[in-house]
Write a protein that binds this ligand. Structure first.
Ligand code: ADP
Ligand code: MG
Length: 248
């Protein structure tokens, strides 16, 4: 199996006044291609710090991080930015879409930094990614003309468009009602079934039944790392939920 992510004894300290906050206290794990990993933990356990590390947005105080076999520590800042753009698709709780910008334009964005892809190819790939997340009929809608669930689909299409090694999601269903959350979860399970590697950070313990593996953090340490042998179907859970009366 191919290693997509390997962390070796990652520590992250923050100096706050005279004190040192130990946000990550020696984290080690390996994530293989095709895994759907939830990272669970209460507030303050280190989830965001860990995700920022995985996303090459933050540099650990010590330890080694290999992304797709490449040591992130040894890279220059600009090389790291390119690596991040090519290898990682981000999905955030608040979608992070450009306002008053169409779905296609938002999804094209990560491809702008790639000189090998011209504008026609960019548009073609963006449309394909939007069709893949079920938004083929909303291509020209602007972000302010869409629902939360639709905006999150656009964000997922944007994360997919570069064909990244891994998708990092930070509380991706955190702003959505439970029905819409499950629709997004169905989409993540579809991506997992297609062989995508997904890391999904959440404080919601209900979600871990739907991933293939769960890593639990407490006080900056891994306190549990378990494979889920009985993955629940988000589609079935969704079908069993009551439909709102105004549903089309
Ligand atoms: N930039 C920072 N400066 C100082 N302390 C920080 C910083 N970021 C996080 N921390 C501290 O590190 C710990 C873990 O925070 P965080 O990773 O945000 O946890 P979570 O996302 O699980 O809520 C907390 O005690 C937090 O206060
Ligand atoms: Mg957080």
């Amino acid at each position: 199996m191919k290693k997509v992510i390997e962390l070796q004894n990652i520590r992250r300290n923050f100096q706050v006044g005279d004190e040192i906050v130990h946000a990550l206290r020696g984290i080690s794990f390996t994530i293989y291609e095709g895994e759907f990993v939830t990272i669970m933990g209460t507030s303050g356990s280190g989830k965001s710090t860990l995700l920022n590390t995985l996303g090459c947005l933050d540099t650990p105080t010590s330890g080694e991080y290999f992304l797709d076999g490449i040591s992130v520590r040894t890279m220059s800042k600009s090389a790291r930015a390119i690596l991040r753009n090519r290898k990682i698709g981000f999905v955030f709780q608040n979608y992070n879409l450009l306002p008053k910008t169409t779905a296609v334009e938002n999804v094209e964005l990560p491809l702008m930094y790639n000189p090998d892809i011209n504008s026609a190819e960019r548009k073609k790939r963006a449309i394909k990614a939007l069709q893949d997340v079920g938004l083929g009929n909303r291509l020209e809608h602007k972000s302010n003309q869409m629902s939360g669930g639709q905006m999150q689909r656009v964000a997922i299409a944007r994360a997919l468009v570069n064909n990244p090694a891994v998708i990092l999601a930070d509380e991706a269903t955190g702003n959505l009602d439970s029905r819409t959350s499950f629709e997004i979860l169905v989409l993540f399970q579809q991506l997992h079934a297609e062989g995508r590697t997904i890391i999904f950070v959440t404080h919601n313990p209900d979600l871990i039944q739907y991933s293939s593996r769960n890593i639990r953090l407490r006080d900056g340490k891994v306190i549990e790392d378990s494979i889920n042998k009985n993955i629940m179907s988000a589609a079935e859970a969704l079908a069993a939920m009551p439909k709102p009366e105004d549903d089309e």
